[in-house]
Design a protein around this ligand. Structure first.
Ligand SMILES: NC(=O)c1ccc[n+]([C@@H]2O[C@H](COP(=O)([O-])OP(=O)(O)OC[C@H]3O[C@@H](n4cnc5c(N)ncnc54)[C@H](O)[C@@H]3O)[C@@H](O)[C@H]2O)c1
Length: 286
């Protein structure tokens, strides 16, 4: 069992760690050996935390790290049966990576994209044998979050939907299959909730503290929508709302467009550099 993961950032390193824990040999590829090495170091630290907390044995950590290769050479993934990309959320970048990867792996290897918002069918034109390509959307942090959204494109063969399901289960995750549509399930539901909470703040309906308390105690949410927006990043939330606004609404559907309009307060916060946890300030201070 060998897997290739392209992109050693936040998501790629998390996906690689979970693949290692599931018994795969993993090749983690980034734009330079240094960036790939950073990914390895982050996985090592994450596993070491697991050892320190008694969740995994030191021998298991060494075994997992022994199965991890990192580098900048795409040909290293040639004999992988699974290749998952987690590079920048940019169509051109993803297309170039998918073209390169699908040219080196076997014609039957499953190829997945971790895209949050780009069209799977749109990307598939760059994949050799696109029947084995689909969206495999993990959640952050990957070792913790149990869900994987599986998004077949127009050309995806049913057997590869099953293979992707099996892979998710093998990785200890619960898969759900979603028709290709903006935001899939989770972002389509969750982002408008956070956006609406921002409208409540801007209309002065309640304080951020009270809005989050209300949703934790009144709807049994484990985290309030505004604390969640700070965790996701105000800029990321804004970008997803813009995508929903344009792709589900647009000029053709003004009613739907209004439903998904990004709250102007989010833009004001972005202009002030208040992007949430990553900048130390969002709806709350950190
Ligand atoms: N961060 C999240 O919470 C989250 C959640 C779900 C899905 N996603 C999606 O996962 C993907 C990755 O997001 P991320 O947050 O890990 O981004 P990131 O910026 O942390 O990592 C992206 C990595 O890809 C590498 N990369 C870029 N171009 C490359 C190329 N041509 N070849 C090899 N490596 C290349 C970059 O050097 C970087 O290390 C995106 O599609 C994003 O939408 C992100």
């Amino acid at each position: 069992m060998k897997a290739g993961v392209i992109g050693a950032g936040t998501m790629g390193r998390g996906i690689a760690e979970v693949l290692l824990a599931s018994g795969f040999e993993v090749v983690l590829v980034d734009r330079s050996p240094e960036l790939a090495e950073k990914g390895r170091e982050s996985i090592r630290k994450s596993l070491q935390r697991g050892v320190d907390k008694g969740r995994i044995a030191e021998t298991k950590m060494d075994e997992m790290l022994g199965k991890l290769k990192v580098g900048a050479d795409f040909t290293a993934v040639a004999d992988a049966s699974v290749a998952l990309e987690a590079v920048y959320e940019n169509m051109e970048v993803k297309r170039a990576v998918l073209d390169a990867v699908s040219s080196v792996v076997s014609s039957t290897a499953l190829i997945g994209s971790n895209t949050s918002s780009l069209s799977v069918t749109g990307m598939s034109s760059s994949v050799k044998n696109p029947g084995r390509f689909l969206g495999v959307h993990f959640f952050n942090p990957v070792p913790v979050m149990k869900l994987v959204e599986i998004i077949p494109g127009e050309k995806t063969l049913p057997e590869y939907v099953e293979k992707a399901r099996d892979l998710a289960v093998q990785m200890g995750k619960t898969p759900v299959v979603v028709k290709e549509s903006p935001g899939f399930i989770v972002n389509r539901l969750l982002c408008p909730l956070m956006n609406e909470a921002a409208y409540l703040v801007s209309e002065g309906v309640a304080s951020p503290e009270d809005i989050d308390t209300a949703m934790k105690l009144g709807a049994n949410h484990p985290i309030g929508p505004l604390a969640l927006a700070d965790l996701v990043g105000i800029d990321v939330l804004y970008a997803i709302m813009e995508t929903l606004h344009e792709e589900l609404g647009g000029e053709a559907n003004p009613d739907l467009a209004a439903k998904y309009r990004p709250c102007p307060l989010l833009k004001e916060m972005m202009d002030r550099g208040e992007l949430g946890r990553k900048t130390g300030r969002g709806f709350f201070s950190y």
